[in-house]
Design a binder for this molecule. Structure first.
Ligand code: OFO
Length: 172
């Protein structure tokens, strides 16, 4: 049995994960519009992953007798000055998600709610991976540069990351 505070905070996280999915879907669409097909595929896949993050939380609420509540969703930004700016926005967003997960862990620890504390460990590890992933993409963009053919190579590189993620998932 979860406290009402915990149910409310898990619901906030559910809605944040849906927003993350919308954000990456929208960004993927912007990339397709700019003929950056590799980035578009990568972001569209990532949007699916965010829905999986949401579903884990949703199922946890179901298992613990809580009611999941979906709220009105803020529209994600639709335009970006550059690919670099777009990935910087993603990195900042993932840092915000990490902060929200940390806040949830803190709440579970202080209530104390050891079941939720244990459940949240997956998200702690996942956020470490997400921040590492997007930081490494930003590092690649800085290294290769977006001038001239640079943007073509970046798009190809990020497109390959999408393919590899797919292969990893199939092997799991
Ligand atoms: Fe990108 O980790 Fe969920 O939100």
């Amino acid at each position: 049995m979860l406290s009402q505070t915990m149910i409310d905070r898990l619901n906030q996280q559910i809605n944040l994960e849906i927003y993350s999915s919308h954000l990456y879907l929208q960004m993927g669409s912007w990339c397709a519009y700019k003929s950056l097909d590799g980035c578009s595929t990568f972001l569209s896949q990532h949007a699916d992953e965010e829905m999986m993050h949401m579903r884990r939380l949703l199922n946890y609420l179901h298992e613990t007798g809580g009611l999941a509540m979906l709220g009105g969703m803020q529209a994600p930004p639709t335009d970006f000055n550059s690919l670099t700016e777009m990935f910087e926005t993603i990195y900042e967003h993932e840092q915000l998600v990490t902060k929200k997960i940390n806040d949830l862990v803190h709440l579970a620890n202080t209530e104390p709610d050891y079941s939720t504390l244990q459940f949240l460990q997956w998200y702690v590890a996942e956020q470490h991976q997400e921040e590492f992933l997007f930081k490494s993409i930003l590092d690649k963009i800085k290294l290769i540069g977006t001038e001239g053919q640079g943007i073509f190579f970046i798009d190809r590189e990020i497109g390959m990351m999408a393919t590899n993620q797919n292969l990893d998932k199939k092997q799991q």
